[in-house]
Design a protein around this ligand. Structure first.
Ligand SMILES: *Cc1c(COP(=O)(O)O)cnc(C)c1O
Length: 442
């Protein structure tokens, strides 16, 4: 314990001339953190090298001077990686965000009349054209979309949900909790693997207001599985005077089968199947910003729009700018410019070329693997890929070194090696990623 007395003084550490370029507050904060972690180590019985304190402070000051939310290179083999920000925006969308962010804009200004405009007007018509919906509203995210929709349309009533769709989606968005929070009474029907139309029919009471369907998203039931199609459910809902609300989730405007993946319903298909309201995320298969699309019948969407929750959870102007620019790419048939589509559609030989460009000259291996779509789309299946395996010695250290960079490179360990999947690597990131690999395995 005597060593506590040997701890360097915070003021001395902060006065290190090598740090003179940094503000004093930053130097003191870093010195405080370092001294306090050294003190904790000594108290825990460790014998830290106090001579390294200066070096640790320098690293910490440099760390504090770099933004915490910063760019990273995703080589995890998951295209829509929730921890890495889900969808990456198209260059045109990112540029549009930068322009709107750095200027005043027509967010809620009507140039015709010179009076107050509506932020939703920037995306409403294009969303209707692309999905076939009568009306559209965009909120902060899909969780907000489901909550506001239920609160506005079914509050105080019963909402029927299949036990097969009683799911939790990333970041503890639990369907039963959301239904309760919206002021609705949840009525569970069927079993985990089988729910029949009859189960829904028998659950209807005079209090029932809606049938909710939730895309199971992040898991798949294999084996005996049965549930009515959305068209059947929607037809039943209509005949029973109930609302059909579909939490479609992934926001796909185009089918995944074009990439050789199993078919999943797209937004236009959910609308065509007769759902009254369809809710989806903007930053999954749509490939845009975080947003919650609420699409459907005009009379219903206007009721959601008027609900106070819709105001509380409205989309911000930067996401709106990104969404408008992303939707424009669909309308102009330029989807290959959307990075999510570019990654999904990258031919296998092009992935191989990228893997070679990444690995060339290093003692690495290139082997076939699987890229996952991620964000709950197409769970359990994936796309064939080629991935780069770093030398097998000390994979944990490799992973950490790749991660602890100003621009972190994120891979994953399997079978005792770090694997890097270049399907999500942009052409202009190759040099940076190579540098990171070189330093990680040095
Ligand atoms: C992802 C997802 C959500 C949540 O979407 P956020 O935009 O993250 O709020 C809700 N429902 C389903 C079915 C989903 O897949």
């Amino acid at each position: 314990m005597a060593r506590l007395r040997d701890l360097p003084k915070i003021d001395d550490l902060a006065a290190d001339p090598r740090l003179s370029g940094y503000p004093r507050a930053l130097r003191v904060a870093a010195a405080r953190e370092v001294v306090s972690s050294l003190r904790a180590a000594i108290q825990a019985g460790a014998v830290p090298d106090l001579g390294l304190a200066g070096e640790l402070v320098r690293e910490r000051v440099e760390g504090l001077a770099v933004p915490s939310l910063r760019r990273a290179i995703n080589l995890t083999g998951v295209i829509l990686h929730t921890g890495l920000g889900r969808a990456r925006l198209a260059p045109s969308a990112a540029a549009h965000v930068a322009e709107v962010a750095g200027s005043h804009s027509l967010l809620e200004f009507d140039v015709e009349s010179g009076g107050r405009g509506d932020r939703q007007s920037h995306v409403r018509d294009v969303l209707c054209r692309l999905t076939g919906a009568e009306d559209a509203l965009v909120l902060n995210n899909a969780a907000a979309g489901v909550l506001a929709t239920l609160a506005a349309l079914a509050k105080g009533g019963e909402v029927i949900l299949s036990r097969g769709q009683m799911v939790e989606i990333g970041g503890s968005f639990r369907m039963p909790d959301v239904v309760r929070q919206s002021g609705c009474q949840l009525v569970e029907v069927g079993c985990t693997n089988k729910t029949r139309l009859r189960d829904y029919e028998q659950a209807v009471t005079p209090e029932t207001k809606a049938i909710l369907r939730c895309h199971p998203s992040n898991f798949r039931i294999i084996g005996f599985h049965e549930e009515p199609g959305l068209d059947e459910l929607a037809a039943f809902a209509r005949s029973a005077g109930l609302l059909m609300i579909d939490d479609q989730g992934n926001g796909a405007l185009l089918g995944l089968e074009r990439y050789g993946l199993p078919k999943e319903a797209t937004l236009p298909e959910s609308i065509a199947a007769g759902a009254d309201v369809v809710v989806a995320s903007g930053d999954k298969l749509l490939g845009g910003p975080q947003a919650g699309l609420v699409l459907g019948r005009s009379e219903l969407i206007s009721r959601v729009r008027k609900h106070p929750l819709a105001r509380a959870m409205r989309i911000d102007k930067l996401s709106l700018a990104a969404l408008e620019a992303t939707l424009a790419l669909y309308e102009q048939e330029r989807v290959e410019e959307i990075p999510t589509h570019a990654a999904l559609g990258l031919p296998l030989d092009a992935v191989r070329k990228r893997a070679e460009a990444l690995a060339e000259g290093f003692s690495t291996v290139i082997e076939p693997g699987t890229t996952e779509v991620g964000a709950g789309a197409a769970p359990g299946v994936g796309l064939p890929t080629w991935r780069v395996g770093l030398p097998p010695a000390s994979p944990d250290r490799h992973l950490r070194r790749l991660r602890q960079r100003t621009v972190p490179v994120i891979g994953r360990i399997q079978e005792g090696r770090v694997w890097l999947d270049p399907r999500t690597l942009a052409e202009d990131e190759i040099t940076e990623a190579r540098q990171a690999i070189e330093e990680a395995i040095a």
